[in-house]
Structures are given as C-alpha cells and as structure tokens.
Design a binder for this molecule. Sequence first.
Ligand code: DAK
Length: 251
Amino acid sequence: MDSANILVSINESKKIATVTLNKPKELNALSYSFLNEIFEALDTLDKNEKVNCIILTGTQRAFAAGADIKALVDQSPIGIWKMNMYDLWQGIKQIKKPIIAAVSGFALGGGCELAMICDIILAAENAVFGQPEIKLGIMPGAGGTQRLPKLVGKHKTMELVLTGNSITAVEALRIGLVNKVLPLEMLLHEAETMASTIASHSTVAVQLAKESVLKSFDMGLSDGLAFERRNYMTCFDTSEQKEKMGAFLKR
Ligand code: DAK
C-alpha cells in the first residue's frame, strides 16, 4: 500500500490514517496509474478495522494540479472511455470512512475535484482552488460541474468553470468550498485533531451518517428522509449505542 508516490501512515491509538500524495516534481498530477494508487490506498484503509477516519493530503506546493495533461493531450473520446478513469473516481466516492482533505498549494481541475469528493476540506493559507480545464479546451470531467454548484451555488460555479480562474483559500472559505483555513504549519495538526474526534465515535454510526449525508446529493427529500431513518435505526443495533447512552444516563 505504501509506495514512493503514496505515503501511508496509520496511528492505531487514534484510529486515523494519513495518505500523502507524493509526486512533488509533477505537482501530484493525476495520471491513471497515480489515481489508481490513490484509490487502492484508500480502499485498503477502508477495509482496515484499525482505521476509522482518513486524511488525504499532498505536498506543501500541491494537493494535486489536476489530471496529467501529458496523458490527455493526444487522447480520443474512445481512448478516454477505455482508460476507464470514471471507475476510479466512482471507487473513491464509495469509500465508507470519512476522508478529510488537507489541502496545501494547488488543488486544480481533477485536484479540486478530488478534494470535493472528500467529506471535509481543510485548507492551508497557501491553497489555491480552481477548475482551469476551460483554458485547455475541455471542461471538468470528474464532478466539477456537479459537485461545485451544490457546494457554492450556480453563479460561483459558472465563474470558476467558465473563466478557469483560481481562487485563494480565503475566498474558498468565503464561498463555502472549504471548512477552515489554517496556517500551513497547523494544517495537518488540525486535520489530525478533527480526524481523531471523528474516529473516536461509533464506527457504524459515523459511516452510516456519512452515507446518509451523501444520499442527500442524489435523492429527493422524501427518499432521503426514508434512507436516513433506516440508517438511524441501524445504529440501535450497535453495542456503542447501548454503552454511550447507558453511560450518559449513569453520569
Ligand atoms: N499535468 C502534467 N504536468 C503538470 C501538471 C498537470 N496537470 N501541472 C503541473 N505539471 C508539471 C509541469 O509541467 C512542470 O513539469 P516540468 O516542466 O518541471 O517537467 C511541473 O509540474 C511544475 O509545474 P510548473 O513549472 O508549471 O509550475 P508553476 O508554479 O509555474 O505553475 C501551475 C503551477 C499549477 C499553476 C501550473 O503547473 C498549471 O497551470 N498546471 C496545470 C493546471 C491545470 O490546468 N489543471 C487541470 C488539468 S485537466 C477525467 C476526469 C478528470 C479530469 C480528466 C479526465 N476522466 C474521468 C476521464 C481532469 C482534468 C484536469 O484536471
């Protein structure tokens, strides 16, 4: 799971893991093989019972500067279809454990889309977000036109997607794209603190809550509420629910 391109560290006592994208020379450009490595690292951690929450981060200069343009320049539509990158994006979307993106430097194109697939985004002061695909004669292809409007609304999305201009971490916070902006040296510390808090809660409740929130993006309100109700009831089948409620009542 650990390779030169992807560094994985697990803190068993806190039940958190950190996945670091480590291709600094290319600003973590997302080739098919690199995205596959990212998916495999996340998928392995998703199956690891010693981990309850995952942090995804990059280098100081780049979270990820987008898809690898070298691998795209000569592509045909069928070539892109055969590359089947969509399955990898879908696979990352289906990770059950919460993922906190700790973004410093560039999060552009596919890099911004990768951050948006995560459940919480913490940004260092030097973070830069954007969907610059339009400048390359293409458009976002991994959720930029779908997730961004749900996070920041139609007009801001149009501005980002149609101008290709980037925004600072502070602007990303102002429009609701990120949760917090932190000094670079505090970024991982804050991510670890937040991940530890999440990881300390019932594993089942945390994963069912994540699943329920994500369903709100895909379902209408009535179906979403019915889905939520089932997941809510399932929590009552866990020992944690009995222990935590019992402990509260014994205080
Ligand atoms: N691809 C390949 N190489 C990249 C790269 C990228 N996206 N971004 C940077 N690099 C490489 C540069 O070529 C350079 O390599 P060398 O020349 O040193 O060998 C090295 O990283 C450092 O970059 P710069 O020299 O350019 O550094 P600067 O500080 O001057 O500029 C920058 C940093 C991030 C502003 C600039 O590098 C830049 O504009 N990069 C491109 C950003 C971009 O346009 N990103 C969007 C790419 S398109 C799909 C789903 C999604 C997508 C595609 C398919 N499917 C499901 C099929 C997504 C598409 C995209 O993301």
